[in-house]
Design a binder for this molecule. Structure first.
Ligand code: IDP
Ligand code: MG
Length: 140
């Protein structure tokens, strides 16, 4: 399966007041928003979410930052969603991201890079179970 993915508009995007702009970009790229919420996640929630990075030097900074301010999480539905959304999102470091990608437009640093997007179907299943345990609100 590859027709859904999960994104998080990170604290920097919410602070910059570009939630609508970024969601609109995905709608224009033919994705449907299948679930959507704003949340203030705890450190524990983001420790679980980013568990794969627990031994990386930036882990503590990342978890503290993600839990420091509200974020917006969404499940996007569309053909080849995982790969297409990662392309639209761009490289982790906004300085290295291709022109026109969300991280190039809105990101400021490798840490504060505007948006998260699932990197595989397995990641999507894990991430959506954490952030949307109630499931999607809409399909099709
Ligand atoms: P990705 O989000 O492009 O998949 P990952 O390497 O999986 O990038 O890292 C997860 C998140 O951790 C990044 O989006 C970024 O917010 C943060 N991060 C990654 N590398 C660094 C770093 O070197 N310094 C600070 N934060 C980082
Ligand atoms: Mg990643």
């Amino acid at each position: 399966m590859n027709n859904r993915t999960l994104i998080i508009l990170k604290p920097d995007s919410v602070k910059k007041n570009v939630i609508g702009e970024i969601l609109s970009r995905f709608e224009k790229e033919n994705f449907r928003i299948a679930a959507l919420k704003m949340l203030s996640g705890s450190k524990e929630l983001f420790e679980k979410f980013y568990e794969i990075h627990k031994d990386r030097p930036f882990f503590s900074e990342l978890v503290t930052w993600m839990s420091s301010y509200p974020v917006v999480a969404a499940i996007l539905e569309g053909e080849d969603a995982i790969n297409r959304v990662r392309q639209i999102v761009g490289a982790t470091d906004p300085n290295e991201a291709a022109p026109g990608t969300i991280r190039k437009i809105y990101g400021t640093s490798k840490g504060e890079n505007a948006i998260h997007a699932s990197d595989s179907w397995e990641s999507y299943l894990k991430e959506s179970a954490i952030l949307f345990p109630e499931g999607v609100c809409f399909a099709g």
